[in-house]
Design a binder for this molecule. Sequence first.
Ligand SMILES: CSC[C@H]1O[C@H](OP(=O)(O)O)[C@H](O)[C@@H]1O
Length: 355
Amino acid sequence: MADLRVPALRWAEPPDGPVLVLLDQTRLPADEVELVVTDVPGLVAAIRSLSVRGAPVLGLAGAYGVALAAARGYDVSEAARLLAGARPTAVNLEYGVRRAVAAYEAAGDGSARAAAAALAEAHALFREDAEASARMVAAGRELLGELLPGGRFRILTHCNTGALVSAGGGTALAVVRAAHEAGELRRLWVDETRPLLQGARLTACEAARAGMPFSLLVDGAAGSLFAAGEVDAVLIGADRIAADGSVANKVGSYPLAVLAKHHGVPFVVVAPVSTVDLATPDGAAIHVEQRPGHEVTEIRPGVSVAPVGTQAYNPAFDVTPPELVTAIVTELGVVSPVDHGTLAEVCSRSRSTKS
Ligand SMILES: CSC[C@H]1O[C@H](OP(=O)(O)O)[C@H](O)[C@@H]1O
C-alpha cells in the first residue's frame, strides 16, 4: 500500500505566483485531495478547519504563511496576526510566524529581498523539522529499549502524530513506526480520538499503509486495556509544553496519563523543542482552544446524534501535569519534566551540541 502524499504542506511557485499546497486532512482517509492556498485568509481557514493540523506542521504553515504574504505583497504584520491567532494552543504556529517575520524584518521591510528572507527561513524550519523528527525517532527508540527491554511491546497512542504533522516522519507515531520496522512492535492501540477522529481517520491510515499490527478502539475502551495489562507504554505528541513540564495535547491525553500512572505504565511525550514554551510557566497558563459544539453533536455536517439545541463542551486539548509524565523525548535529548532544570537546559542546547 503506497504511503500518503506527504509532506502535508509544501511551497510551490507556479507561473501565476507562489502558493502553498496542502494535503487536506479533513478528507482522509477516503480521499487524498490537495488544497492550493494563495492567500493568508485561505490558509487561516485551512488551519481552523484542521485541513492542515498537528503542531510541527502548523509551525511550517505559520512560517510559509508569512512568506506567502510577503511574496504576494500582503501586509506581513496583519498576516502574522491572523496566522498566529488561528489556533491558540499549538505554540509551534506562533513560533513559525515569529521566525519568518524576524527574517523578513531583518532584511528590510517590503523589499523583494525581505520576502526572499522570509521564504528562506520557512525552508530552514522545514529542514529543521525533518531533522528533528529523525533525531526524536532515534532517541525515542533508545528510551523504549530502556523502559521495555526485549522489545515486542504494545503501545497505545492518541490522536495523530505521524508524517501528516511534520516535514519528516512525525513525532510519537514516527517512533512507533521505526520500532515496527525493527520488529519490536507487537501491537499499536489507536484511540479513535473523538470528536474529529484523528486516530480513526489518520493514524489508522498511516499505520495500515506502514503495515503495522494495530487495533482501533473507542477512547473510552482504553481503561479496560490497561486493566487487562495490554498496554506496555503510551506514546503521544504535544501542542505546547510549559516550563514546568505540563503538557497540552489532544483532549483525552490527561485521562491516559492518569490510567498510565495507576497501572505503572510509562507515559511518554514525543515533541520537538519548538513545542516547549518556556515563557508559559505552567499548565494553568496554557490557553486551551475551545471548539464549536457541533463537532460533538454532529456525526457529520448536518447529521446530529444529539437532540437539536444540545449544548456541548468541546475543548480541543487537555493538560497533563509533569508528575504524570515519565519522559519527554525531544531532538536534543530526553528529559524527565519533574526535573524542571533539564527541560530548560535541553532547550538551550543547539542542534550541534546534542548529546
Ligand atoms: C505531533 S502533532 C501534535 C498534536 O497536534 C494534534 O492536535 P490537532 O489534531 O488538533 O492539530 C494532537 O494534539 C497531536 O498530538
